[in-house]
Design a protein around this ligand. Sequence first.
Ligand SMILES: Nc1ncnc2c1ncn2[C@@H]1O[C@H](COP(=O)(O)OP(=O)(O)OP(=O)(O)O)[C@@H](O)[C@H]1O
Ligand SMILES: [Mg+2]
Length: 237
Amino acid sequence: MSLLEVTGLRTGYGILPVLQGISFAVEEGQTAVIFGLNGAGKTTTVNAIAGLLPVWEGQIRFDGRVVSGLTAPQIVKAGLALSPEGRRVFPGLSVLTNLRLGAWTRRSNHRENDETVQRVFGYFPRLEERKDQLAGTLSGGEQQMLAIGRALMSRPRLLLIDEASLGLSPKLAQTVFEVVSQINDAGTTVVIVEQNVGVLPYADQALIMEKGAITYDGRGEDLERSGDLRKTYLGGD
Ligand SMILES: Nc1ncnc2c1ncn2[C@@H]1O[C@H](COP(=O)(O)OP(=O)(O)OP(=O)(O)O)[C@@H](O)[C@H]1O
Ligand SMILES: [Mg+2]
């Protein structure tokens, strides 16, 4: 059984359909990357999985349990956390408070939350140096780290990251990918939306979306080898 199973998922905005009935599965312990051009439906996909958009048709299963139809908070409680597009940290709150808010599903468990904060600081030492700084004054890259860290605070089994490297320097993007790979090594399954092919070496599975459909679903290394796909769908190299 796959940890995440999406079957025939259709959704959109208002009456405008975006996802045309997509199906894919992600195995526990893997890192899957969703590529695609602007407007392909990547954010719509991860937002629907996270319960931020209603599912029109189809089903999302997590660990065998149907989660489509649950509210976003219920989905976080089920073990699925999203680091959303555009980071969306709380700008007027400190780094530490932002992190603590990510643990709202485990509010009463102070000791465990302190441990998770330390784990996040281990991944992103820069956040520890800036733990009392207001999140709105962090650099873009630091806000990205905070958004991922905040999602980790609920100790998810599956972490969804929408656009991990957007706006980051190539070097910082690489750092973020490396941390994502450490998070994965520590046992968290990862689904990451990316436009940067530099993530491919870290991906077990690669998906390509076009116009609300999945047009490639295979091993990351196969996609890495096939230069044509790269040229056609990822804007060349
Ligand atoms: N809130 C919304 N209301 C109406 N249409 C929307 C809304 N959000 C997205 N769309 C449309 O849905 C389609 C898919 O958008 P989505 O954000 O999922 O794409 P994406 O693959 O994440 O793109 P990007 O790489 O630019 O983030 C686009 O045509 C977009 O205009
Ligand atoms: Mg998007």
